[in-house]
Design a protein around this ligand. Structure first.
Ligand code: GZL
Length: 331
């Protein structure tokens, strides 16, 4: 190849790269995929409502990098299913190689997933589960066993309060219709049906956010103040509830007052557990990036991933948690 041809080829590639938008590695690389051959992944994320969610997003972004051969199209849906459906349609239009969906709710996905299937784009569901009329509309799912998380919390409650004849419970639910809320709620309701002395005296959703958690707890306290246990379906709502109880001069934590049970075991949640503010915290592991990549690698190699994959999870008791256990955690 003579020098003039080489110069013009390099110039063309530079101009092509420069002309692409910088806001999506997927889009930029899509313009030059033939030159770079990246695996383009469209990821529709619920939002940024909690520490858990932000850790989940970070895990995906740290995994699907150009250096590792991926172009990532990331879309934050601000906790609205309509935005997720728009994002999936965008991924279809851009002909991504894989769609990863972290569904805000379980219902309402059939139509858009039929379009993805018609376009020949595999869909990997992560974190919360979806309910569809046809299981072939998604390739596989990886996430937590939310009912098991609820059962773990309830077993701790049964052990801790076995000598109490009555137990008044305030139930702060996550986003209604999400698998995390459904499973954790089912666990509590199963426990209440087994323990005649347990009374769920208050129940409402804080939508997994700290702001709503504070508002809901303020309303709870305006209606009833003899709460023994706050069963709170994630750490961020628990933080909001703590603010409300402090403002109302209601004691909480391992030293007396309201016993708080939480889920996620985020770094901040575990610090609160070690401080005795949260008495029991059930892990919900957000580090799905490597798990999703393993699935994509399997498919690239012509293998069929497991349809359902559960993540192993543990729980933390304020009475036994150590700083080392907190420091060792990746989020
Ligand atoms: C659980 C996840 C939930 C977390 C919340 O897998 O879906 O959503 O428990 C997050 O913190 O908002």
């Amino acid at each position: 190849m003579n020098k003039a041809t080489l110069f013009f080829r390099i110039a063309f590639l530079v101009l092509t790269l420069a002309s692409c938008s910088e806001n999506d590695t997927g889009k930029k690389k899509e313009m030059t995929r033939n030159a770079t051959n990246l695996v383009v992944v469209g990821f529709s994320q619920v939002g940024a409502e909690s520490d858990w969610r932000r850790a989940n997003t970070m895990s995906m972004k740290e995994t699907f990098t150009e250096e590792k051969g991926y172009g990532l199209l990331f879309r934050d849906a601000q906790q609205k299913q309509s935005n997720q459906i728009v994002a999936i349609r965008e991924f279809i239009q851009k002909k991504v190689d894989y769609i990863v969906l972290a569904p805000v709710t379980e219902q309402g996905w059939d139509e858009v997933l039929r379009d993805a299937k018609a376009a020949g784009i595999p869909v990997i569901v992560v974190d919360r589960m979806i309910q569809t009329s046809d299981d072939e509309l998604y390739t596989c799912w990886v996430g937590s066993d939310f009912r098991k998380e609820g059962d773990t919390a309830v077993l701790w409650m049964e052990k801790t309060f076995r000598d109490k004849e009555t137990l008044t419970i305030a139930h702060m639910q996550g986003s209604l219709g999400s698998s995390a809320q459904i499973g954790r709620t089912e666990g509590l309701h199963a426990g209440a049906s087994r323990n005649a002395g347990w009374k769920i005296v208050l129940s409402d959703t804080g939508d997994f956010t700290q702001v709503r958690g504070k508002e809901v707890m303020e309303r709870f306290l305006s209606e009833f103040r003899e709460i023994d246990v706050l069963y709170c379906e994630n750490d961020n709502m628990a933080f909001g509830a703590m603010q409300a109880m402090e403002n109302a001069h209601i004691q909480y934590g391992s030293n007396g007052g309201v016993t708080i049970i939480s889920f996620d075991a985020t770094h901040a949640g575990l610090e609160a557990t070690r401080a005795g503010k949260i008495s029991f915290n059930v892990e919900c592991n957000p580090l799905h990036g490597p798990r999703v990549e393993k699935i994509i690698r399997q498919m690239l190699n012509g293998e069929t991933p497991n349809k359902i994959s559960y993540v192993d999870e543990i729980a933390f008791d304020a009475a036994t948690i150590t700083q080392e256990a907190i420091d060792r955690r990746g989020y």
